[in-house]
Design a protein around this ligand. Sequence first.
Ligand code: CU
Length: 607
Amino acid sequence: MNRASILTLAVATASWLAPLAANAKEGAAPEDVIISRPGVLPSAVLEMTDEPGKWFKDPKSGGSLVVIKPGEAALIKMTDTNTDHTITSLIWQPGAAKFPVDQEKPSNASVTQTFDKPGLYVFTCKVHPYMFGAVVVDDPATEGLDLGGEIQLVTGAKVPTTSDIAKKLLRTFFVATTPTLWRDYGKPSWEVKLPDLAVNLGGAVIKLSALNLSAPNALLQPKTPGVGEVWVNTQFEGVSGKTKFGTATQIDASNWTIKQKVKGVEQNMNNPHNMWTDAAYKYIYQTEWFDKRLTTFDRVTGKVYNTQIVGQNPSHAMSNPLNAMLYVAINGEDRVLKLSPGEYPTAMGSINVGPHSGPHGHHITDDGKYMVTPNALASSVSVVDLATEKMTEIRTGGVIPIAAWSDMNHKAYVANLLGTPPKLLSSLTVIDMDAKKKVADIDIAADYDPISGAHKGEAYGLLPIQTPVSPDGKYVVTANTLSATVTVLDTKTHKVVKSLPCEPGCHGVNFGLKKGGGYYAYVASKFANDLVVIDMDKLEVAGRVLLADPKDGLITAHNGMGGQGVLPLPLAEPGMLAPTLKLAGSGKLSAEVEGWLKLVTKEQRGD
Ligand SMILES: [Cu+2]
């Protein structure tokens, strides 16, 4: 294919890929040659930002991939971001000098890195592990863009670039960093179209377009209504009047329509990630993950009561059902902040969960005894006795433990985003919280062959994120971002019993009450604008509900995209629901909430 055709195709699909195609064919533009001295001055720059998809942004192309020559350097710096990050190698070339790059602690420090070996290098942030930026070191003497014959993963695994896992990672890189490739349910189909650009996989030359895929988009209204409502953080939505991205979308579970989108325009609410509420369901506590703030707004009107600085990268929030204290994980630091509940939560102290720990998606047992924190930066889990605040850190060997959830027997399930090396590509670690020890590592990708891509059984979960235990204690439901699947694990046998289709960037899961009894698992995905509804009685997908509101004139970009935190109300775990049930008939609940509680069955109450 001639160069003009490549460019036309590239522009039609993903405009920032066009300079990449041109660069690969013709080498650097004249101005690059002037500022570029191999090993001395960087010949390319990636700027880290809060902007969805553009987390590592080439200021020239607006894209997330730069091409340099062997011996040249790239500068990675933090520019348009309100918080700290790490610059960390996710993928690099085996044997490359000065690799891997890894900033141990989040900060705003830059990296200037020289690259000697041709091939693909991908960087991420350990706090926000879907921030991706790539450097391709291209030897002009070879055919096509050099990606190398093998890639070294941060987990220690080395795989051929022709393998299924390498292709999945590469496709995910392009989808994650190119909003036009996200799955938009406003369109009849999902088309991942990459340029017909020649790429060299250690001698084997293929076209980048070999990674293309196409799938029909079909929404599905769940037949049985849910009880109450479902909040979803549509973290990537662009909003008129603010420079930072993200909203909280409120879905009516009785008819699956959008009630409102809370935008925080005046506060410039930045990447709202996860939510919690008070016992009366009056307030929503909203973390801003690419910022330092916790914002409290009214659940019904969306009015923001206050926004306050709580620390670097607040990620998840959850209350102790015994005393209503609110615990906010400070992901960019080593602590969980304790706050009083109410219209203006007040900091009451911090619990340190270990050095360089970076706690992300913590969980509190529904009897209020323990809090468990998955320490994303430390390959560990911490168990905190909430009465004494005594903390025990447990080494697990998991890489980026990102979310945890505990059952009523004080057993916690911890999702390790990058598995447990050297054997497990994707894993859940089981912790006995009373004994303060690791019980097992469960391989949730046991039926997947990373080389051929064959997956014959149900254990097909790659890169797990949120992993809640069903309120009846029977199942663990895990959202897997790379395989775009949800795995359902039997808590008695520790076996994956079901793999269900999810969406690109499958991320957040939480349980809500199904009308008439039973539960729904609600699943949100970063790079798609639907909410997947799973019927936990049938273990099947019952619905796909649109999170975009095409009639909302204030949404300027990525309508309904960026699905992360999910908060169904009423809370479904019996112990978490109990404080609200206690308020029934007291006059402290709204008529709407009283109405929801009337629909709760005896089994759902946990009686
Ligand atoms: Cu980050």
